[in-house]
Design a protein around this ligand. Structure first.
Ligand SMILES: NC(=O)c1ccc[n+]([C@@H]2O[C@H](COP(=O)([O-])OP(=O)(O)OC[C@H]3O[C@@H](n4cnc5c(N)ncnc54)[C@H](OP(=O)(O)O)[C@@H]3O)[C@@H](O)[C@H]2O)c1
Length: 227
């Protein structure tokens, strides 16, 4: 399959890319850091089938042309994985307007821009699959993280509505709800999920025939008491 992954320069996006490359898929990777994208490509099993596009997902035009470019390079598009996102853990008293807006510009607006661009390709071919990485915080409150939770509730609302809207066009939509993931090199808490486990979740959702859609998947660390 031909798969675009946003937010693929590190963390969960890199884990997803590594798992999907092992399964032999062509990949189109997006993020702002070109160096991070190159590192991800070098860590995959199929660097020759992996295409890169550095762009800021907050920029609608840059995101559209990035998606179009990767579709052209890969020769089509079967799957978009909307993974790019930022986290903000701050009390509501301390969040600046700029931080609030930037969080939504990445987590919500960026996901919308990438989705709309991908749908142009998928609607023409009447098939495709969009996987949106929400979060447990996209379905449960997160005290001290109200802005992040609000942005992820928006991801969930968009994603689950999109499923209803495009399923009759032959396009599947999956919302994934990960719990805590060990996504940073300095984050060595073993109780958390590993990024490759989110990749395995994506691979599993893609393993069904197109007539069957896993619309929601929740994956959490077993040791819930420390989450
Ligand atoms: N880590 C967790 O515990 C956890 C749990 C549940 C859900 N999630 C979700 O999983 C996704 C990935 O999280 P992560 O933990 O892997 O985070 P991360 O390590 O900070 O990686 C975020 C990725 O998004 C990209 N990104 C951020 N802002 C961007 C922008 N303006 N334009 C383009 N790309 C941008 C980053 O690349 P550049 O900086 O190079 O642009 C990076 O590749 C997020 O949607 C997050 O909400 C994470």
């Amino acid at each position: 399959m031909k798969i675009i992954i946003t937010g693929a320069s590190r963390g969960i996006g890199r884990g997803i890319a590594r798992v999907l490359s092992r399964e032999g898929h062509s990949l189109g990777l997006m993020a702002r850091s070109e160096e991070g994208l190159r590192e991800t490509r070098n860590s995959t099993e199929t660097p020759q089938n992996t295409y890169l596009r550095a762009c800021d997902i907050q920029d609608a035009e840059a995101t559209k042309s990035g998606i179009d470019y990767l579709c052209e390079e890969m020769g089509g598009l079967d799957v978009l994985i909307n993974n790019a996102g930022s986290v903000l853990r701050k009390s509501v008293h301390d969040i600046s307007g700029k931080e609030w807006q930037s969080l939504f510009a990445t987590n919500v607006h960026g996901m919308f821009y990438a989705t709309q661009a991908a749908l142009r390709h998928m609607s023409q071919q009447k098939r495709g699959h969009i996987i949106n990485i929400s979060s447990i915080s996209g379905r449960l409150p997160l005290p001290g993280g109200s802005a992040y939770a609000a942005s992820k509730y928006a991801v969930t609302g968009f994603s689950e509505s999109l499923f209803q809207e495009v399923r009759d066009l032959g396009i599947n939509v999956t919302t994934i709800f990960p719990g805590s993931v060990n996504a940073r090199p300095d984050d060595n808490e073993e109780w958390k999920l590993d990024p490759h486990e989110i990749g395995e979740a994506c691979a599993q959702c893609l393993s069904y025939r197109p007539q069957a859609c896993v619309s929601r998947m929740e994956i959490r660390p077993s040791r819930v008491q420390r989450e």
